[in-house]
Design a protein around this ligand. Sequence first.
Ligand SMILES: [Zn+2]
Length: 454
Amino acid sequence: MTAKLFIGTVVNSRALGEIEILENVAVAVNESGNITSITALDSPDYERTVTCFTPESIVRLPKYAFIIPGFIDCHIHSPQYRYAGTGTDVPLMNWLNKYAFPTERRFLDDADFATKTYSRLIKRCLSNGTTTACFFATIHLYPTLNFVSLIREAGMRAFVGKVSMDQNSPKYYVEDTNEAISAADEFVKAVLETSGDARAALVTPVITPRFLPTCSPQLLKSLAAIAKKYDVPIQSHMSEALDEIEYVHQLYGKADPEIFAENGLLTCKTIMAHSIHLSDGDIKILRDHGTGIAHCPLSNYFFADGILRTRHLLRSGIKVGLGSDIAGGYSVSILENMRHAVISSKILVSQRKRTIGTANKESDETDEISYKDAFYLATMGGAQVLNIDHVVGAIEVGKAFDAIVVHCADDNGNGIGGMEVWSDDTAESLFEKFINLGGVENMKSVYVAGNKVV
Ligand SMILES: [Zn+2]
């Protein structure tokens, strides 16, 4: 890879509710794909910087364009992409049996089906600006290793889990407990052993107990031990829907966070999807373990029987990022999920006003999420949940250049896609419009670790 220099405007969010706009800057990216300097064009250092680059390695952004950090999807089921956009007609536990399990089983013995589905998903994620994703694959070892190879070929940054489940599952889609334990170990080992070069190292293996109903206590404990042995992350689903919570209560007589904690599965590297129905005690458990939450707002409308109190959790010291939850959520787009994070928070605020009778009072403990907050969740927030905030999440010196180059207008100054551009637009107004109205058509190019992937 050759070093590159990007000249234009950069937009970051390094703190909740805040955006940082750097206009007329040059971002230098070295051969390893890391950002080595960000220089103002009117600074004396700029002339020195620009002479280090050949004309072909300089990317000059046009007017009405900017660079943002790549989006991070903290929760997505790769096999379920096969039916994304359909199957949202039944509650969660029925949905698994009707759609998820029958589809996921096909990944074992239909290699073409698996490769085609996975390749298209990776391409779709990248074209939507998702530079990092945290995937649940299937219970199958070799098809999941094949998925890892496809991600590496595409140059995407990813976390991948071979799903583990040994009970309360259909006969055609369940593992024997001992096999589940050895396959999880083998998967992590195989991914780590093949992480030699920089591109391969973009993939991190994740221990993945599907959720509590489908995992025996023995499996849960063994998976925690494997995660500890290899020092790798853990992911699962927590306190998502009322039917799931009731099922877990029948099985274990306790709430999800307590069970995960007792079995050693809550660590500072654990990512829990949803986590909608949490008591104050549950929140304390998560905070004490440093566990992060993948907020999947679109999926939650259909399956969760509730809206995540995102701001309350952030205030409580919990890390929160965004997830598409394909195919519970029908869209791969993190941009779309950002909008739903905002809209669902508005619904939450109005619900709470009705419930607690504060219609005319300004609460200092609002649950509202702004477009700036949503952008933070999609970038830095996600990086924190995945514990890679020292690597990605913002365009800043020392981090990898995982980025989206956004064009708002064409060469004639006409807005692209759903966006209109006016002569009095500012960098901030263009950015806000992109978050609310933009789409793939505005994402001119996408980079992961300095490599152009779209
Ligand atoms: Zn999920």
